[in-house]
Design a protein. Structure first.
Length: 468
């Protein structure tokens, strides 16, 4: 940088230089081939004129034994009405405002603060405030706040979205400003996610980006939402499924499970869910304190039920046998089936579906070319199977619904109003388990069903079953 204009002078020229800068002088300073600087008298402020003609105010000082330079701001000759409290390093400033910021910088240095470092930190804070990561955090805070009313998300949904952010979005996008994430970049990320992780995570990642940007827009941020340019169906099309297994498919699935390389306890967990008809989350969060061995029942608290009401699952002998095995395998965990990697944590939500998918793959690997493929099965399909097969066997629908914790008051209040009672429900659960055993032996369950209906009828009129 050429410093000739700012070098020591003598006589009238030196006195003139000490008079300092004026707006007129600043306007008349021509650009040169190399940047040069002109001092504002002896106060430490100077202006650097670049070859392009830009003029920026700077201040050199010593801090911590070394020289530092603060770029106060670019010269803005037009007079403006800016409050002193709103002035900040790095703004476009007038000469007068530059001198005010110089005074602030001198105070900072004398107080043991580096104004140049403070500027960098301030810039980082501003950038972070506009980052996708910061807006995602604000979105999660809002969606988890009880004061958000109907906008509040269920804990399970919130946990899923946090997981999607942490695993997929935080790395590539967390530190970028909202206006830096373009549709092309987001699309490329989602394509990789779909290829490496599957369509489900890709769709959820797109949805989270969409919602975070909409949340920011609702707070007054004017920015283009990159997710709106990407069609959801480009990553996955989810068609509502009504998959339930026939008696022969049940046999095939359970036999396929036995041939997979998964942990034996996970095979038992899948069987247990088919036996009980519970939802995935209800099993995953199950703890041993909820199991009453003496009464052969499992009490699920209201906070873990979809309808927000406690539910009792009556346990057939086959279900009790499975729990006994799981208790033997996991004696130190509070969970009925803990995580594979940490006994203090429950199973992940994806584990059971992966276990079933492995069984389906095993079944299809053994199928002949002229055989139709075995269609995919989800954990929820086991619950749907429980309902479908019992209704097909003409067990009272209200009784089946009560076992599933479905809140259909019109049915429960119908003629078969003892559906909620423990006796009939307990009898039905044992009949269902016996039906499964018949099908696994490739036998008809007709006799078991007939005998089971008689037992349910007896239980319905039993004094203990009627709570008399």
């Amino acid at each position: 940088m050429d410093t000739s204009v700012d070098q020591a002078r003598s006589g009238p020229a030196c006195a003139k230089a000490r008079q300092g800068l004026t707006d007129a002088k600043l306007r008349d300073m021509p650009p040169r081939e190399r940047a040069y600087k002109v001092s504002d008298g002896g106060n430490g402020l100077y202006v650097v004129i670049s070859p392009s003609g830009n003029r920026s105010f700077r201040y050199d000082y010593r801090f911590g034994g070394r020289r530092e330079t603060l770029t106060i701001g670019r010269h803005e000759p037009a007079a403006r009405q800016v409050q002193r409290s709103n002035l900040a390093y790095g703004m476009d400033v007038t000469l007068e405002e530059a001198r005010l910021l110089l005074a602030r910088a001198r105070v900072d240095v004398s107080s043991g603060r580096s104004p140049a470092r403070a500027k960098v930190e301030q810039r980082s804070e501003v950038a972070e405030a506009m980052s996708f990561g910061r807006w995602a955090t604000r979105y999660f805070e809002f969606k988890s706040d009880a004061k958000s009313g109907a906008e509040r998300l269920a804990d399970s949904t919130l946990a899923l979205r946090r997981s999607i952010y942490n695993r997929i979005l935080a790395g590539p996008f967390g530190k970028l400003n909202l206006d830096e994430i373009k549709p092309v970049a987001l699309g490329e990320l989602l394509d990789r996610v779909k290829s490496e992780r599957g369509p489900g995570p890709a769709v959820h990642a797109r949805e989270l980006v969409l919602q975070v940007y909409r949340f920011a827009a609702g707070k007054g941020v004017e920015v283009v939402n990159p997710a709106e340019a990407l069609a959801r169906k480009a990553y996955a099309t989810f068609v509502p499924r009504e998959r339930n297994l026939s008696r022969h498919e049940i046999k095939a699935l359970l036999e396929g499970l036995e041939q997979t390389g998964t942990a034996p306890t996970l095979r038992l967990a899948v069987r247990f869910m088919l036996l009980t008809g519970v939802r995935k989350g209800e099993f995953i969060g199950a703890t041993w304190s909820e199991v009453d061995w003496e009464r052969a029942q499992w009490s699920i608290p209201a906070e873990r039920m979809k309808a927000g009401k406690p539910h009792t699952v009556y346990l057939a002998e086959q279900a009790l046998d499975i729990l006994t095995t799981l208790r033997t395998c996991f004696p130190s965990s509070k969970y009925v089936h803990p995580s594979r990697y940490d006994s203090a944590e429950p199973l992940s939500h994806a584990t059971l579906n992966r276990t079933i998918a492995a069984a389906v793959d095993r079944i299809n690997a053994d199928r002949k070319l002229d055989q139709a493929p075995f269609l995919p099965v989800s954990v929820h399909d086991l619950r749907r199977t429980f309902s479908s097969r019992l209704n097909d066997a003409l067990f009272p629908e209200a009784l089946v619904e009560a076992c599933l914790a479905h809140q259909k008051k019109d049915q429960i209040a119908a003629a078969y109003n003892h559906a909620r009672l423990s006796g009939p429900r307990r009898a039905l659960m044992q009949v269902w388990a016996d039906m499964l055993d018949c099908w696994l032996r490739d036998e008809s369950a007709r006799e078991v069903i007939v005998a089971g209906k008689a037992k349910i009828d007896v239980a319905a009129h039993d004094a203990e079953g009627m709570n008399l």
